[in-house]
Design a protein around this ligand. Structure first.
Ligand SMILES: [Zn+2]
Length: 268
């Protein structure tokens, strides 16, 4: 009885949120045109994506930095890309954070690294986005906006950062998100490691790859980079990494290579 009541309240709260955060038809259509990888063949998936986008807008807090003016089209674009990976997993996968900070452009981060002799070196890193444990998620609007044309190269800063959020749900950034029981952690680690090593060797050899070479920096980055390509250039990703594609497909419970139209541009 209590369970049914709770479910009833939750549904009522969701209905109210969907009304509050309803996305106008023309704005939604423009978003799908600008970011074609959001389009889904199945009508129920397309409707679920729009619904989840509204709920995301209701639950998360957007803020602008660096004098950026955040408009409706911008927050809808970010939210729609952010919810794509959790279309089947549900929004609770993002319960660990609330804030999203949008900068006009990439952000310079001062980094420190100690060498083998213990000497600390400082350097600047340019960030298109950043996800930290507990949030907020930082995004560069210039990079978010480039996601349409960038899809053919497998780039997507929003999906990249939200893959990190999923990865960190168990408290560790290691390329292993919270897995359902039918996906054993040991098998996941083994496949990820094997694919990562093979990928890093190809990048070292200067080969052209379907995944962003940045994925060769570490296994958690490889998971984020593979997730980007899985959603925005799935056919190319599947062709080069069929085993990894299948594993991500079981985790995300999606098959974008068959559910979405192929990326229009061929890879250069
Ligand atoms: Zn990353």
């Amino acid at each position: 009885m209590l369970g049914r009541l709770r479910r009833h309240w939750r549904l009522q709260r969701e209905q109210a949120a969907l009304r509050r955060r309803a996305i106008p038809d023309d704005l939604w259509k423009r978003t799908l045109v600008r970011y074609p990888f959001l389009q889904r063949r199945a009508a129920e998936d397309a409707a679920a994506l729009r619904r989840l986008t509204s709920l995301f807008l209701d639950r998360k807090e957007f803020s602008a930095a660096g004098g950026l003016q955040l408009g409706d089209a911008m927050v809808v674009a970010i939210a729609a890309q952010a919810v794509l990976p959790v279309l089947r997993l549900g929004l609770q996968a993002y319960d660990g954070f609330v804030g999203i900070v949008v900068h006009p452009d990439q952000v310079v981060a001062r980094r420190q690294v100690a060498d083998d002799a213990g000497v600390v070196h400082e350097y600047d890193e340019l960030l298109a986005g950043e996800a930290v444990q507990g949030g907020p998620v930082m995004l560069s609007w210039r990079d978010v906006r480039a996601a349409g044309p960038g899809a053919a190269q497998g780039y997507n800063v929003v999906i990249h950062e939200f893959a990190h959020v999923l990865d960190m749900a168990d408290g560790v950034a290691n390329g292993v998100p919270l897995l359902p029981t039918e996906l054993p952690v040991a098998a996941w680690r083994a496949t990820l490691h094997e694919e990562y090593e093979r990928f890093a060797r190809r990048v070292d050899a200067g080969e052209d790859t379907a995944l962003d070479p940045y994925g060769a920096t570490a296994e958690d980055e490889f998971f984020a980079v593979a997730s980007e390509a899985f959603f925005v250039s799935p056919q190319a990703m599947q062709a080069e990494h069929p085993v990894l594609y299948a594993m991500l497909g079981r985790y995300y419970r999606q098959d974008p290579a068959t559910d979405t139209p192929p990326s229009r541009r061929s890879r250069a």
